[in-house]
Ligand binder design. Structure first.
Ligand code: URA
Length: 203
C-alpha cells in the first residue's frame, strides 16, 4: 500500500476531533499526487461531505472554471482542505479542528511537494502566514519553508462579490507563469533567493 493510500485511510477513519461525529464521508483530497500545484481550501460543504470529494459544489464549479481558464483540469492539480470533515452548517472551522487536522495537511504537502501551493481564503492562508490578511496578501507569491505559497481569495467569497471574482480570475491568470518560474528554479537547482522572492512579489 502506498504512503498516500495509508494516509487517505487514516483520514477516513479519523476521530481526532468532533467533526468526525457529524460526517457522512471524510474528504481527504482529489487529483494527482504528482501535481505541480496544490489548492488548499477551508473545509468540505454539503456536497463534499456527501461525495467525499473536495470542491464539488458551487465553489467547486467556479474553481473548475478558473482552472479551465488557464488550461488545467482537476486531474492535473491536487485539491484539499484545511479540515477534512464538514463543519456543521458550514460554519468556520474551530482552531482545535484545524490543529487536529494539521498533521494530515502537512503529510500531504510533504508527499506531493507541489511547486506552488495555492492558499484559497483566509483559513488556508493563515496556516502559512498567521496574523496577516488575505485581502492584502492575495495575488503575491510568497516563500514558505522552501515552498511557494500563492494566496488567493476563496471561490465561495468570489461567488458573493464581483470584485473578488475579478481578483480571483486575475490571480489565476498569473499561475502558469509562476509554475514555469518555480519549475525552472528547481531544474536549475537555484535555491529561493531574496532576489527571486522580490521578483515573485511583482506578480
Ligand atoms: N469550500 C471549501 O473550502 N472546500 C470545499 O471542498 C468546498 C467548499
Amino acid at each position: 500500500m502506498s504512503d498516500y493510500t495509508t494516509l487517505v485511510n487514516q483520514i477516513s477513519a479519523c476521530t481526532k476531533c468532533g467533526l468526525s461525529k457529524g460526517r457522512t464521508k471524510s474528504v481527504p483530497g482529489d487529483g494527482s499526487t504528482s501535481a505541480d500545484v496544490m489548492f488548499i481550501g477551508e473545509g468540505p460543504g454539503f456536497y463534499e461531505d456527501q461525495q467525499g470529494i473536495p470542491f464539488v459544489g458551487r465553489a467547486g464549479n467556479l474553481l473548475n472554471e478558473m482552472l479551465a481558464s488557464i488550461g488545467l483540469r482537476r486531474e492535473d492539480v491536487y485539491i484539499t482542505n484545511m479540515v477534512k470533515c464538514r463543519p456543521p452548517n458550514n460554519r468556520d472551522p474551530f482552531p482545535v479542528e484545524i490543529s487536529s487536522c494539521a498533521p494530515y495537511m502537512d503529510a500531504q504537502i510533504e508527499m506531493i511537494q507541489p511547486k506552488v501551493i495555492v492558499a484559497l481564503g483566509r483559513y488556508s492562508f493563515s496556516k502559512f502566514f498567521p496574523g496577516e490578511t488575505i485581502g492584502k496578501a492575495r495575488g503575491r507569491p510568497r516563500e514558505w519553508r522552501g515552498l511557494v505559497v500563492y494566496p488567493m481569495y476563496h471561490p465561495a467569497a468570489a461567488l458573493r462579490s464581483g470584485k473578488l471574482h475579478d481578483s480571483l480570475r486575475q490571480d489565476f491568470s498569473k499561475l502558469p507563469d509562476l509554475i514555469r518560474e518555480v519549475s525552472h528554479r528547481r531544474e536549475t537547482g537555484a535555491q529561493p533567493k531574496r532576489e527571486t522572492v522580490r521578483q515573485m512579489s511583482m506578480f
